[in-house]
Structures are given as structure tokens and as C-alpha cells.
Write a protein that binds this ligand. Structure first.
Ligand code: CP
Length: 313
């Protein structure tokens, strides 16, 4: 595996998941990638991705160094050919290339603008790092995808599924007060489309994901119909794709509580975190045995460890 920016970079998804599960059973193996250096560059805030990737690197004997580039680094210019007479002090051509000389792998977190669909969906920022770093690049979430989260999600579903049939997995939209990226639901959908599961989506009118992230997937605009018989429900807010980046609805009847859970097959309930309690998922579900969001968060360590082990080979 040369880079890890989407499922398309992965040669063998099952092997990556099985390796993550085996790291969970035996995490500390410092001889594996001893002496390797991992740079983790954040253009946006993070709790889980930052900490889990650092722990993962340590478990492999590698050192992870974090740069909050939005706070501690020079403001970056991404546009080529520009005369830099504004507030941007350093071009990505130099910044990424320099980091490429310090590290063996470079992790990068970027968020979408949610105002310019074309720029966000062409992954301009991530592509600039890929082009100029000269070393393997690890997405720590980008404009359109969050593959480390999705790998941990798939691992969590595998851990919790013991029956001899495909689980029914449903991604449901939930309300939020802010416009959030589509990266987590896009990525989850992309990984579920490749997994051995029966996958569908439920969201209000106007909230369909981009066509490439729901090809062949049933989409229900009636949440009750979408949730019927689900074994796993992934609850997540996202802003509109068509009316790009807009909050079209804050309909709290889509908040996931016991009424929604009752429609499912006693589903395990998932969320990538951070979650706004009471709004996205109600406390009655988050504090119940059905909620597996903390398992997902824990598995972020082993998902990152599995990916870093491959990228640092
Ligand atoms: N789920 C997730 O990526 O969390 P952070 O934004 O805290 O890293």
C-alpha cells in the first residue's frame, strides 16, 4: 500500500481488518517499525484521530510528531503560480517537501470548505500533499473521506457480528445545528459497499450523498422504513450535497432515540464521535448496551496501527 486516502488504496481490505483485530489482541510490538518517524499535520481540530494515531505509532516502535499547522505553522498557500504578497507565508510545495524529508509517513487532516463543491470533491488540499511530500501520505480525514474511521467502523462491525448471515447495516442522517462535512458518511458508505453486509441509507429529502457514494444503495426518505430490521445503525449528521454545504433541516424527529431503536433488530448503534447528546443521539441510547461508539473509538488505535504497519514497510 503506497498511500492511505481511500479504500481504493487498499490491496486487501480483509487482511487490513484482520491485522487490526490481531493488533488489538497484542498491541505493543515496538520492534516492528522501530525508529520510523510519522508526521501528523492537522489543519483542523481532532481528539480521536490525533491521539489514536500517536498511540498506534508508539505501539509499533515508531515516533509520531504532531503539527497543528493552523495554529503553530506558517499559513499555507496552495495555489500555484501566485505572487505571495498576501497573508500566506509558505507554499505547500516547500512545506510538504520539507516534511517529506523529516518523516517516513505523513498524516494529513483537512476539512472541506463546504462552499466550493468542485474544490472540496477534487481534494485539492490532500492532493497537494500527495504531490509534493514524496513519501506515503495517510489521510487523517479529508474533504470527502475519513478512511481511518471507516476501517475502525468495519472492524467494530466484524467484532460485534456473530450470526451466520449478512448483517443489515443502515446509515441514518440525524439533525445538527451546524453544517458538517460529508466525509464520514461518504467514507462509511464506500467501505460498506465493499463489505459483506446488506447496506442502505436513510436521510431526509435533499440530503442524498454524492452519487458515487450511494451507487446501487437503497436510500429511504422515510426513516422508519429505512431502519426496519437493522442490525447496525450508524447515526451521523451531514450537510446537503446537492444544495452544497447547506443545513436544510434540523428536524429533531430524526434524532436517534428509543423510538427509532424499537424499529430495528435490537441494533448496535454507532457514531464516529464527537456526538451532540440529545440532538444527534439521545442519552437513552448512548448510555444503553446497544451503543458501541466507544468500541469504535478504541478501534481507531488498531485501525491506525494496521495502516501504519503497511505504510512503514
Ligand atoms: N472521529 C474522529 O475523527 O474524531 P476526531 O475528530 O476527534 O479526530
Amino acid at each position: 500500500m503506497k498511500h492511505f486516502t481511500s479504500i481504493a488504496d487498499v490491496n486487501d481490505v480483509n487482511q487490513l481488518v484482520e491485522q487490526a483485530i490481531s493488533f488489538k489482541a497484542n498491541a505493543f510490538q515496538p520492534e516492528l517499525r522501530k525508529g520510523k518517524k510519522v508526521g501528523l499535520v492537522f489543519l483542523n481540530p481532532s481528539l480521536r484521530t490525533r491521539l489514536s494515531t500517536q498511540v498506534a505509532a508508539q505501539n509499533l516502535g515508531a515516533e509520531a510528531i504532531v503539527l497543528d499547522i493552523g495554529k503553530d505553522g506558517w499559513a499555507l498557500e496552495f495555489e500555484d503560480g501566485k505572487i505571495m504578497n498576501g497573508d500566506k507565508a509558505e507554499h505547500i510545495r516547500e512545506a510538504a517537501a520539507v516534511m517529506g524529508r523529516y518523516f517516513d509517513v505523513l498524516g494529513v487532516r483537512t476539512f472541506p470548505s463546504l462552499t466550493d463543491k468542485a474544490t472540496d470533491y477534487s481534494e485539492t488540499l490532500l492532493q497537494s500533499f500527495l504531490k509534493h511530500a514524496g513519501i506515503p501520505v495517510l489521510s487523517l480525514e479529508s474533504g470527502t473521506r475519513h478512511p481511518l474511521q471507516s476501517l475502525a467502523d468495519l472492524m467494530t462491525i466484524k467484532e460485534h457480528w456473530t450470526k451466520d448471515r449478512k448483517p443489515k447495516v443502515v446509515l441514518t442522517w440525524a439533525p445538527h445545528i451546524k453544517a458538517l462535512p460529508q466525509a464520514v458518511p461518504n467514507s462509511f458508505a464506500e467501505w460498506m459497499m465493499h463489505a459483506d453486509v446488506d447496506f442502505s441509507i436513510t436521510n431526509p429529502e435533499g440530503y442524498n450523498l454524492a452519487p458515487e457514494f450511494r451507487e446501487g444503495v437503497s436510500v429511504y426518505h422515510d426513516q422508519a422504513a429505512g431502519l426496519a430490521g437493522a442490525d447496525f445503525v450508524y447515526v451521523k449528521n451531514w450537510s446537503a450535497y446537492e444544495a452544497y454545504g447547506q443545513v436544510l433541516s434540523q428536524d429533531e424527529s430524526w434524532s436517534f432515540g428509543n423510538d427509532q431503536l424499537a424499529l430495528t433488530n435490537n441494533a448496535k448503534v454507532m457514531h464516529c464521535l464527537p456526538v451532540r447528546r440529545g440532538l444527534v443521539i439521545k442519552d437513552e441510547v448512548l448510555d444503553s448496551a446497544n451503543a458501541i461508539h466507544l468500541d469504535q473509538a478504541e478501534n481507531r488505535v488498531y485501525a491506525a496501527q494496521s495502516v501504519l504497519n503497511e505504510l512503514l514497510k
